[in-house]
Design a protein around this ligand. Structure first.
Ligand SMILES: NC(=O)C1=CN([C@@H]2O[C@H](COP(=O)(O)OP(=O)(O)OC[C@H]3O[C@@H](n4cnc5c(N)ncnc54)[C@H](O)[C@@H]3O)[C@@H](O)[C@H]2O)C=CC1
Ligand SMILES: O=C(O)/C=C\C(=O)CC(=O)O
Length: 358
């Protein structure tokens, strides 16, 4: 057994179909009397339904959350929390909504109760991001880690199948990079492998039966485990590339993860053979398909995009993307520096074209 450090992240998890019914109890346990409910504009109606059920506990709904937390939206939401004298924020939605809750908590210290409705995993991390002048700044702070998370698969029934698949692969990406993290540990390895297994089985089933609560539950369970890995260990080249492509070229978050993951895994495979074996085992393809190829197949066979050109990347931006990605790189099992710009450019070209790795 290798040496490691493990720090548990404190969060209370309430899991199960119908668990939204426990919202009032969970607010009580947090000592929260005046909650501000956050959502995206597209989710304003179900957010309003939740607020209507608890009129004395939910004092306002702010349904303006947006991808990557634009600083102006964060400012408006913080102001609304102050105006209403809120003592808690409820983040109802995907990573964009949880991210807005984190922007409020970072400044005010208000507790977050998260109700995730995608598989992005932000509810399990102390990582926050805020975007100003086109630049997303991220950081880590224990104040932004949600204190309670209600995972109710019934709330994910409306998540479109296409986004369900790409969001699920976004979650798998956290676990895949966690398996070769420099600060990894055996507990996170277990969660990562189980999270990948749960999602790899749920996504094809979900495509056939998107309204099956048991399948939705399996996917949400996998996303919880993968999000926990993201919150506990460092990410590497794959996440750096996705942050570059999402942040500087405005490509959609979950879809970028889906396209880049097989290519990033192929790049790192020679430096992380054990992680690749574990990914193959979790995907159930040991001896049949390599981890990078199996991840490509998981996307392609479930109708997800496999090329950057399909999701809006311009060929002429590939050079600049490679340059940004090798500047200030994250730690990676296969070291990256300016000398590897050509190889990263090649990786991006394969991602652009949607080439299946071996
Ligand atoms: N800080 C962290 O640890 C993490 C942050 N993120 C951030 O989260 C953002 C992406 O989050 P995502 O969840 O991928 O997307 P999102 O939160 O932007 O949601 C995507 C779309 O799906 C809709 N939606 C969400 N749940 C739905 C449901 N159940 N039914 C119908 N529609 C639904 C939303 O209204 C939105 O239009 C990015 O900004 C990313 O950087 C993502 C993962 C981890
Ligand atoms: O950019 C952030 O807000 C922080 C982390 C992530 O988005 C993780 C991811 O790339 O899915």
């Amino acid at each position: 057994m290798r040496a490691f450090v493990y720090s548990g992240q404190p969060a209370r998890v309430v899991f199960g179909a119908g668990s939204l019914a426990h919202l009032e109890r969970e607010l009580d346990l947090l000592g929260a009397r005046r909650a501000l409910l956050l959502a995206t504009p597209g989710h304003a109606d179900p957010a309003g339904d939740i607020a209507d059920r608890l009129p004395r506990r939910v004092v306002g709904v702010f349904a303006r959350a947006a991808m990557h937390v634009p600083v102006e939206i964060a400012r408006q939401a913080r102001e609304e929390a102050r105006r209403l004298d809120a003592d808690c924020v409820i983040a109802f939605g995907g990573g964009s909504t949880t991210g807005l809750g984190k922007a409020i908590a970072l400044e005010s210290g208000l507790p977050i109760l998260a109700i995730p409705t995608t598989y992005a995993g932000s509810e399990m991390t102390p990582i926050y991001g805020i975007t100003e002048d086109g630049l997303k700044k991220t950081g880590s702070d224990p104040r932004v880690l949600p204190r309670t998370v209600i995972y109710d698969p019934a709330l994910t029934l409306t998540l479109p199948v296409g986004l369900s698949v790409t969001s699920g692969i976004n979650a798998i990406a956290h676990a895949a990079e966690g398996l070769y993290a420099r600060d990894g540990n055996p507990v996170m390895d277990l969660l990562a492998e189980e999270g990948i297994r749960a999602l790899a089985q749920a996504l094809p089933a979900l495509r056939q039966r998107a309204d099956d609560l048991a399948v939705r539950g399996d996917a949400l369970y996998g996303s919880w485990l993968c999000g926990t890995v993201l919150g506990n260990v460092g990410m590497a080249l794959h996440h750096k590339l996705c942050h570059t492509l999402g942040g500087s070229f405005e490509l959609p978050h979950a879809q970028v993860h889906t396209v880049v993951l097989p290519q990033a895994m192929a790049f790192n495979a020679p430096a992380a053979p054990l992680a690749m074996q574990r990914i193959e085992r979790a995907l159930g393809t040991s001896g049949r398909a390599s981890a990078p190829a199996a991840l490509f197949d998981l996307a392609r066979d479930n109708g997800a995009p496999v090329s950057l050109k399909e999701i809006g990347m311009r060929r002429e931006d590939l050079d600049r993307a490679a340059q940004i990605a090798v500047g200030n790189p994250y730690w990676n099992p296969r070291p990256i520096d300016a000398a590897q710009r050509g190889e990263i450019r090649d990786l991006l070209q394969r991602a652009f074209d949607g080439v299946r790795p071996d």
